[in-house]
Ligand binder design. Sequence first.
Ligand SMILES: Cc1cc2nc3c(=O)[nH]c(=O)nc-3n(C[C@H](O)[C@H](O)[C@H](O)COP(=O)(O)OP(=O)(O)OC[C@H]3O[C@@H](n4cnc5c(N)ncnc54)[C@H](O)[C@@H]3O)c2cc1C
Length: 405
Amino acid sequence: MPSSLRSCQLAVVGGGIGGLAAALAAARAGRTVTLVERASRFGEIGAGLQLAPNASLALEELGVLADVQRTAVTPPRLVMMDAVSGAQVTELDLRSRAYQERFRHPYLVTHRTDLHAALLAACEAHPLVTLHTGRTVTRADQDGSGVRLHFEETHEVLTAAAVVAADGLRSRLRRALVGDGDPVCSRYVAYRGALPTDRMTDRMSRHAQSGAVMVWAGPRAHLVQYPVRKGELYNQVAVFESDHYTPDSDDWGTEAELEERFAGACRAVRDALPLVSRDRRWPLFDRPPLDTWVHGRIALLGDAAHPMLQYLAQGACQALEDATALGHALGESADPANAFAAYAGRRRERAALIQTNARRFGEICHLEGEGAALRNTLLGSRSPHAFDDISWVWTPAARTVAAIA
Ligand SMILES: Cc1cc2nc3c(=O)[nH]c(=O)nc-3n(C[C@H](O)[C@H](O)[C@H](O)COP(=O)(O)OP(=O)(O)OC[C@H]3O[C@@H](n4cnc5c(N)ncnc54)[C@H](O)[C@@H]3O)c2cc1C
């Protein structure tokens, strides 16, 4: 990997899923791209990711869908269970004709590392992309002709005609440009990880063995389960609200609270809980939608632009949509300012809607008592082939417009 920084048409800050996808999309639109990542090695965490058909479409446009599908799983169903009673609430049939006709692209579940590796390999193979690790951007200075990026580890400066800030939830560039402070903590925390499936077999419910995505919705808590890496690994995410949240402290959302919160759950959930990874806890954050994604020659992308709670499983999907929209915009206009304006114009409203609805879906998922009973009755009356409620989330805006027109 080259160590000196060459000036480029587009610099991308951050080598997560959003940054790599953006670099690839821009290179495919003919731009020279330099991506800088602060970590010493590229990588992702050891957990799963759901990729709805809007993400599959974006991956196809980026030329990496086939590579991702080599290891991803295509689950037959999305199932919501009541975590207390153990009864099924509702399900969506992801292999039905209704699904195929409406979405045309697969619903996938994958290991994050596998998706990240596919995007990284495509970037490495592209002659217009240069990748650097161990480069933490500390500052961006811009004028009418370009942007200069400064780093923690070196006095070198990277000069670019324009910059995409894909530096995640705690984006330093967003902080400098927007100044809207820290992300909002939801008081919920996640424990997650993927373990070899053979460790699960004795305890897996019949639903889990079917390869479905299982969401066990309970009072102020839920458990998500699905297979990844062609079924070799089983991903589990346990999420709950802590009663002991304190800002600026890590002393809340503990393992003891996890056990306590799930104590009233049904047998299948309680059996799965000891096998949920405890290596690390993830407090869950979002922000309200942002009106302006573009600041001069710098555009925000992915979690830096629209961090959202994970309840609709759309954060990475939206970052992938951002990337393809950016690629289209760069292909249409040589002027980065025009391209960034077109990119933000196409993406901002849709991402904002998904951000706000992710919060609402979390509230529905975590209802208790009569609220939960009403939810179960309403959702329970739906057919597994009824995609109307979720269709707008899984259908990128351009295609929705095309479908209406
Ligand atoms: C529990 C949980 C479950 C989720 N499940 C799903 C799901 O099923 N489906 C889905 O679509 N989404 C899901 N998400 C959301 C998804 O993980 C994120 O939205 C997505 O990973 C964001 O990607 P990103 O590239 O924008 O940001 P990040 O992945 O945060 O990448 C940012 C990168 O920038 C680098 N960086 C940061 N600062 C600097 C700097 N100053 N200089 C250089 N580099 C820097 C970081 O090291 C990192 O590599 C989930 C999230 C959580 C918490």
